[in-house]
Write a protein that binds this ligand. Structure first.
Ligand SMILES: [Zn+2]
Length: 322
């Protein structure tokens, strides 16, 4: 379960990415030999119950020599600051892909599925590993000359085999906004691709040349038709689906009555006081975003900002995309 929003700023603090080790292949090999290794296939993580199923290097070797999985790639994730444990991701594929999804994905889950049951340390490692895997998967060739690229620096770059240019993983910036009015009510919107009754905060991608604040004002206006000010930074969270970082802000409008969905991305908007939210969750009229999302953290932080409010009021009213 993710920590409350106040603790999100420490997400990943248990891990030292130790980038100085990435330049030495012999050092990386040494770390690999004693590492705890996340097993990634088809953007899914190997799991055991509600935990990650971490392998050691000899287990990886047996899975390769048995012919079940290809050799794949190794991505160095860092060292545990507490005990020096080395963490890697092993990004591989089936040698012969099983016919049915059931057979394929038995023992594997997406980060969306497993994410909310992981500790902050493993959630952070998984964000890193899946973000890298997603990027490597779709960047087999050089964007300058089209030649094949290979994994370099422990998985932190790809290098062109022709012109030796280095290519770095891309992270797409997206803002997400907690919109309030002067009475401290919260505005949420419904996106038609979500399950019915699910409402969340407003969000969108940063465009070239835009500041975060401009992006906040533009996205809120586009999706809900209202102008906002008092824009302030709250927190951030990696969101590697496939390659985003969510940068969270709060903002205030003095024209709450003008709010309406754009009819495309947002088909319905609703204002909630805390009492109204509590009631809507109780009656099943409102489903909040899932607990792995920063949106959920933002809504919880607003809800619990008033003394005497219990986050238990919000439990149960959540869903994920089908
Ligand atoms: Zn090239």
């Amino acid at each position: 379960m993710l920590p409350p929003m106040s603790a999100l700023k420490n997400l990943g603090s248990e891990i030292d990415r130790a980038s100085e080790l990435r330049t030495s292949q012999s050092e990386l090999d040494k770390q690999w030999a004693k590492a705890k290794i996340m097993h990634i296939v088809d953007a899914r993580l190997a799991v055991q119950g509600s935990e990650l199923h971490l392998l050691n290097s000899s287990e990886v070797n047996s899975l390769i020599s048995s012919g079940k999985f290809l050799e794949g790639e190794r991505y160095f994730l860092g060292l545990d600051r507490a005990d020096g444990t080395s963490y890697f991701a092993w990004h591989t594929a089936w040698t012969n892909e099983p016919g049915s999804d059931e057979e394929k994905y038995s023992g594997f889950e997406t980060l969306r599925e497993i994410g909310s049951s992981l500790s902050p340390k493993f959630l952070s490692l998984a964000f890193h590993a899946i973000g890298l895997a997603n990027w490597h998967e779709v960047h087999p060739r050089c964007s300058r000359c089209g030649a094949p690229t290979t994994v370099g620096l422990g998985g932190s770059v790809r290098i062109c085999t022709e012109d030796e240019s280095q290519h770095h993983p891309r992270t797409d910036s997206a803002v997400i906004v907690l919109v309030k009015d002067k009475d401290d009510r919260l505005l949420l919107g419904h996106n038609p691709i979500w399950p019915e009754k699910r409402f969340s905060n407003f969000a969108g991608f940063l465009e070239p040349g835009e500041t975060f604040e401009q992006c906040v004002a533009r996205e809120v206006f586009e999706e809900s038709g209202i102008t906002v000010d008092e824009i302030s930074y709250m927190t951030s969270q990696p969101w590697p689906f496939p390659a985003s970082i969510m940068i969270a802000f709060s903002a205030v409008t003095n024209k709450p009555h003008e709010a309406q969905g754009d009819g495309i991305e947002i088909t319905e908007v609703r204002w909630f006081s805390r009492d109204e939210m509590k009631e809507a969750i109780k009656t099943g009229e409102l489903l909040l975003p899932p607990s792995i999302s920063v949106a959920r953290r933002m809504i919880e932080s607003w809800y619990s900002a008033q003394a005497g409010r219990d986050l238990g009021d919000l439990v149960g009213g959540e869903s994920w995309r089908p």
